[in-house]
Design a protein around this ligand. Structure first.
Ligand code: R5P
Length: 306
């Protein structure tokens, strides 16, 4: 096995390699002045199971070089080439919301499925798609962040009340609350634009003596959680603790959340960010090992591709 890291994804790659008991190296990516990219694998991958380690935040600059790297690894004799992408991009565009729009979740799935043997990720934004198998044509494994988040909440928050900012977050909020044995509720969000959301609480919702823990899968601009925090404060709740699975933090999201008055802001380590406090690397490694074992059982003597 060999873990091949996207440039800079060293914490993820080193953690995976440690858990899998293998070596890792960094993929060299060169941007040419005309905007094309070149990739180079410096490790010997002949006969190895190659695991590409790359979270897919900012996916435009990463996707093509990753596909080139997968191709190169096969040409260099890799036995299998899988992708460990703790954050999986493009899952939110899961319908044609306006006439003529691309359903990018499905297009992106086709693109990756054509180049890789398997995919491991954390809590993809499954809303209208109920499972990755509906759009991905390769084996996939989803690592749930809920157990690790619940552990963090139990260790750090006394008397928590789990709060989701919208209906889509119910799946994560209910799971974490169940594991913590804590109450939970979800708010009602209306999105008017990329940076324009409003969030409402049900009238009379107040759970005395509890610390609200706002939980969402993705923090992008932070407007959703900032609006949810404002709604909670207006209703008389204490300052909420804010937890996100995927720390995309676009457009000054961190300042926005800090200004909204969060008691604490923490995220899982699916996207590198100073707020990372909950690690999922060991769980990702278990999923990778299972997929490689399955791949090896299915194709025991599979020679390298031509
Ligand atoms: C969408 O439904 C997701 O679960 C998040 O709520 C959303 O991506 C958050 O976006 P933002 O931080 O830009 O409000």
């Amino acid at each position: 096995m060999h873990v091949l890291a996207w440039p800079g994804a060293t914490a993820l790659a080193a953690g995976l390699a440690r858990a899998l008991g293998c070596e890792w190296s960094e993929l060299a990516v060169h941007r040419f002045p005309d905007g094309e990219s070149g990739v180079r694998i410096t490790a010997d991958v002949d006969g190895r199971h190659v695991v590409l380690a790359c979270s897919l935040d900012q996916p435009e600059g990463k996707t093509l070089p990753l596909l080139f790297a997968a191709d190169a690894a096969r040409e260099l004799g890799a036995r299998s080439v899988g992708l460990c992408a703790p954050y999986l991009a493009y899952m939110r565009q899961d319908a044609r919301f306006n006439p003529g729009e691309a359903i990018t979740s499905r297009s992106y799935a086709r693109l990756l499925s054509g180049a890789l043997d398997y995919l491991v990720t954390v809590d993809p934004h499954l809303h209208r798609w109920k499972s990755l198998d509906e759009i991905y044509r390769m084996p996939t494994r989803v690592v749930a962040a809920a157990p690790a988040i619940a552990e963090w909440v139990r260790d750090n928050v006394a008397a928590p009340l789990l709060v989701g900012p919208d209906g889509e977050s119910e799946q994560w909020v209910a799971a974490v609350a169940g594991l913590c044995g804590a109450p939970w509720m979800v708010l009602a969000k209306t999105r008017h634009g990329d940076e324009d959301v409003s969030v409402r609480l049900a009238p009379g919702a107040l759970v005395a003596g509890r610390t609200p823990v706002l939980l969402d899968d993705i923090i992008a601009t932070g407007h959703t959680l900032a609006a949810a925090a404002a709604a909670l404060r207006t209703a008389g709740f204490a300052e909420p603790v804010c937890i996100g699975v995927h720390a995309l933090f676009a457009l000054r999201a961190l300042e926005r959340l800090q200004t909204a008055g969060m008691a604490r802001i923490v995220t899982c380590d699916t996207v590198q960010h100073p707020s990372n406090a909950i690690t999922l690397t060991a769980r990702l490694a278990v999923a990778i090992q299972e997929l490689i074992d399955e791949h090896t059982q299915e194709r025991p003597g599979r020679p390298g591709p031509p």
